[in-house]
Design a protein around this ligand. Structure first.
Ligand code: NAD
Length: 511
């Protein structure tokens, strides 16, 4: 049986091991999740929410301890683990407590006069077993929030957490056991790619995937075999556009936080800065001073922890080396970690970068902030949009109209004005990407309804013996439909001769 080892990336300390699920366990888990679906989907929403309330209490009571364990697993500082993993999760639970009923209740929609006396509504029906496959950069909330969303909507769930952070996967499993949820409602399968593949081939009813573009494409291809609906939350190369009239100090603080938080391992981190040439010298000075003052360490008394995965650190180093070899300048950092085995990569600021460098093209996912200038708004929008990704972006200006006009022209699933990353923190807003950053939305009403089949129901009282469009076809039906088409949809909206008589005769045939 394959085993995953758990290791603290900041200290190298070995934390233990966990066995990977076998193909047989994956099949059994799918069977249990299917069996649990009937009663979980029939459980009243208020009761399902009660489980979430218990989970919220658990998270509040154990939040600090959990954050500490997440930082052991990832190398991030504990405060960041608390703010971004625990706080965001409890805030989302509260959002569902307040609004899930409204978002999942049947929604009446108008039914046109022609369809009188029918009534129509949308019923949000649970889909079945949802597979959630999650990444390592926010290994708690990027697993738990989709799981909770699927559960609230009435699905049972199988989670496959990242093999890079298996200790957090175990924490999540313990948490669901502690609540506890009925058997089979949530299961956790530990393991790497092959367990993910087994899970996809076990034919869940929906796949919710967060991770890289390359894996997203493979999952979508495998899901296509059985037409399993997929939601893909993928990578980003998020641009930040700083106009000449921006609050420069705030923009500099945001660039530094947005690029270096979680050691830059954020799908929505600031990965490219475009700053107006007139304010570039001042902006660069502010950003460099602020970044130079950051403390790297673990687990506390620091702003930046270690990176989580050695593979990712190698990619970041490759991007920086590529940029330096093509003429970029590191005004801060740029060098590898002091000790070869360390995952503490110093924050790096690059200038003199060009659009052909990897650091401006591909997702770096590390503590690197490349900065370029632009001379006018059109150029800024063109540069920002010249990317295969479109996850998040930010626009910085004190002119609201100008900022909004640029924000709306960016090819991005999310845009922040005078802020970075934060759109994700508002559970009322849908979240997701365009272009290679993904397919689908979660969070917000659309995001919850995405875990359901929107079922259209139209209801006739059933008292008339036939409908006007049914057999047998008559000359009066022809006159009625022609007449109505002209009356309702033509430019002059005229009554056609003979329509009224046809309507009357057809009316009598209904009863
Ligand atoms: P990854 O694609 O390597 O792995 C993600 C998950 O997929 C893991 O659990 C992995 O075991 C599993 N997996 C790998 N191959 C699989 C396969 N063939 N079938 C089924 N499962 C498979 O991604 P990662 O390195 O863990 O995460 C980093 C990436 O995630 C970055 O690109 C980042 O931008 C992206 N990300 C996106 C968002 C978002 O919300 N858009 C959030 C966080 C991270």
């Amino acid at each position: 049986m394959a085993v995953l080892s758990m290791r603290n990336p900041a200290t190298g300390e070995v934390l233990g091991t966990v066995s990977e699920a076998t193909p047989e366990q994956v099949r059994q888990t799918m069977k249990q999740a299917r069996a649990a679906f009937a009663s979980w989907s029939a459980t009243a929403l208020s009761k399902r929410i009660d489980y979430l309330v218990r989970l919220r209490h658990y998270l509040v009571d154990h939040g600090e301890k959990l954050a500490h364990k997440i930082s052991q697993d990832t190398g991030k500082v504990t405060l960041e683990a608390f703010m971004t993993e625990i706080f965001v999760t409890v805030d989302t639970i509260r959002f569902y407590e307040k609004h899930a009923r409204r978002m999942l209740s049947p929604q009446k929609v108008p039914t046109g006069l022609v369809l009188w006396p029918k009534k129509s509504y949308i019923h949000f029906k649970p889909m079945g077993v949802v597979a959630v496959i999650s990444p390592w950069n926010y290994p708690f909330q990027l697993a738990v929030i989709p799981v909770l969303s699927a559960l609230v909507a009435g699905n049972t769930v199988i989670l496959k957490p990242s093999e890079v952070t298996p200790a957090t996967g175990m924490l999540i499993e313990e948490m669901f056991r502690a609540v506890p949820l009925p058997d089979g409602v949530v299961s956790v399968l530990h393991g790497g790619r092959s367990v993910g593949q087994e899970l996809v081939s076990a034919r869940p009813d929906k796949i919710f995937f967060t991770g890289s573009v390359a894996t997203g494409k493979k999952i979508m291809a495998a899901a296509a075999e059985h037409l399993i609906p997929v939601e893909l939350e993928l990578g980003g190369k998020d641009p930040m556009i700083v106009l000449a009239d921006a609050h420069l100090e705030r923009a500099a603080n945001a660039a530094v936080w947005g690029a270096f938080t979680n050691s830059g391992q954020v799908c929505m981190s600031v990965e490219r800065v475009y700053v107006h040439e007139s304010v570039y010298p001042k902006f660069l000075q502010l950003v460099t001073e602020k970044a130079a003052a950051l403390r790297q360490g673990y687990p506390d008394q620091a702003e930046i922890g270690s990176m989580t995965s050695p593979q990712q650190l190698a990619i970041v180093r490759e991007h920086v080396a590529d940029a330096l070899s093509k003429g970029a300048r590191a005004v801060l950092g740029g060098q590898p970690p002091a000790d070869e085995d360390s995952l503490f990569l110093p924050p790096t600021i690059l200038t003199d970068v060009t659009s052909d460098m990897k650091v401006m093209q591909e997702e770096t996912f590390g503590p690197v902030l490349p900065i370029m200038t632009f001379s006018d708004e059109e150029e800024a929008v063109r540069l920002a949009n010249a990317s295969p990704y479109g996850l998040n972006a930010s626009v910085w200006s004190m002119d609201r109209r100008r900022a909004k006009s640029i924000a709306e022209r960016l090819e991005s699933g999310n845009v922040c004005i005078n802020d970075v990353i934060i759109s994700y923190a508002n559970p009322y807003l849908p979240f997701g990407g365009v272009k290679q950053s993904g397919i689908g939305r979660y969070r917000g009403p659309f995001g919850l309804q995405a875990f359901t089949h929107s079922t259209s129901i139209i209801h006739d009282p059933g008292t008339r013996k036939r409908e006007v469009n049914w057999y047998p076809y008559t000359e009066d039906q022809r006159k009625l439909f022609l007449g109505l088409t002209r009356l309702l949809f033509s430019r002059d909206r005229k009554w056609e001769r003979g329509t009224l008589g046809a309507i009357w005769r057809e009316w009598k045939r209904l009863f």
